[in-house]
Design a protein around this ligand. Sequence first.
Ligand SMILES: [Zn+2]
Length: 354
Amino acid sequence: MKAVILAGGKGTRLSSALPNLPKPMAPVGGVPVLEHQIRLLKTYGIQDIIIITGFEATVIENYFKRGESFGVAIRYYREPQPLGTTGGIKEIASFLKEDFIVLYGDVMVNMDLQRLINFHLNQGSDCTLVLHANDHPFDSDLVEIDETCQIVNFHPKPHALGSYHKNLVNAGIYVISPKVLPYIQQRVAADFGRDLFPRLVHKVKMYGYVTAEYLKDIGTPERLQEVNRDKERGIIDQQHRKNKRPAIFLDRDGIINREVGLLHNINDFELQPDAASAIKKINESGYLTIVVTNQSVVARNLCSKTELETIHNKMETLLGNQRAKLDAIYYCPHHPDAGYPGENAAYKIDCSCR
Ligand SMILES: [Zn+2]
């Protein structure tokens, strides 16, 4: 499988920290982000790499050359003018005859790429996006998936005030079939997240691969600092799937939100005053933050599963606004005591989730 790395961005928000340096050359632990990516690709046997360059292209080309010293083969496509994230891919379409992986050059990533590729192949996907919860969903492109992980909707940033979404962010890593290429317009500046994916969602088979492995963009001086701190503390190396992760399990009612008793109306959902700052601390510690909660409101027919999930979207949105994230939410919609009027009998069972 080939890899395409998008490394042409100017990195305006980072330029105060890195004058004249393209974003993918930003150092993490003294090594450019792009080098970390190339070494990760090499680990998974992906040695045929095309880097799309633009701003300060020669800095990248002079550093990596043809890839010999990294054990890979690198080719470059230098964009004469920036055409967003999709434009350059269209120009190199003739080299992309098989499924290929796309990385954004400003993402620090340490994940099991083979597992991602296997998921893509096993699902028969045409376009697989790596998705995760991040600590700034309010200015990220958000994605909705169904229970089979098929992508059903896109919510490009900015998000309407008062809209609630699951914190499932497009992380900027894709596995793409050449079938997708005809949908990209030639010589038109466009973006995967904003322009292409929302149009593609009902035309090809798109899947979301959800992971809690290490994935963070270094697009602002603050984020670059955070990533460097994570590197120093060993968090980047540790948050790979091959390693076991410590986790903190939180109940929901009375812990994250104010206890109101059988909460089923979204308007009654309010965060506890210190919930977001406490969860943010857990996030920063490197522990996974997982919610486990009994929600018999579904079995009692006070609300549907969809309504309950919308309440959880509100929880994730409110936490996200304060830069806190949940890695997963598990709930039990059942209740063992059947025989009450108005109950949802399908959920009145002695289940194994509890
Ligand atoms: Zn259950």
